[in-house]
Design a binder for this molecule. Structure first.
Ligand SMILES: [Fe+2]
Length: 112
C-alpha cells in the first residue's frame, strides 16, 4: 500500500482532533502561517499520546510542491502549535500534514 493511502483527510476526523488547522495573518515581514493540530480542541499532549511533528508544504506557481517547514514536538512536552512566516504571493496553496503517535498521519490544505 502506498504511503499516501495512509494519510487521513478532515472528513475522517473523530472525537479527537488531528487535522492541522492553518490560519493566516499579516505581519510587517510577511504572512504568518499558524498551524494548530485540532482547530477548537487541541490534540492531547502526553507522553503516551501526542503529535510528533507537523510538516508544511506549499504549491508554488508552476504547480510543484516545496517544503516550507517542519515543526518537531517532544513526546508530550509541547502543545502542537507553531508558526512560520511566508511570502504569500509565492504560493497557490498550502498543505500541512501532522503525525499522531497513536492515530497516524492527517492532512489539510488551503488555497491562497
Ligand atoms: Fe491522536
Amino acid at each position: 500500500m502506498a504511503f499516501a493511502e495512509y494519510i487521513r483527510a478532515p472528513e475522517f476526523e473523530g472525537k479527537e482532533k488531528h487535522v492541522p488547522d492553518l490560519a493566516l495573518s499579516d505581519s510587517d515581514v510577511g504572512t504568518i502561517v499558524t498551524i494548530q493540530v485540532g482547530k477548537k480542541i487541541v490534540h492531547p499532549t502526553t507522553k503516551e499520546h501526542h503529535i510528533g511533528w507537523v510538516q508544511l508544504f506549499g504549491e508554488i506557481q508552476d504547480g510543484k510542491f516545496v517544503q516550507i517547514a517542519t515543526l518537531n514536538f517532544g513526546e508530550g512536552t509541547s502543545l502542537p502549535r507553531g508558526s512560520v512566516v511566508i511570502k504569500k504571493e509565492d504560493y497557490k496553496s498550502l498543505t500541512a500534514i501532522s503525525y499522531c503517535n497513536l492515530h497516524g498521519v492527517w492532512e489539510n490544505s488551503i488555497s491562497l
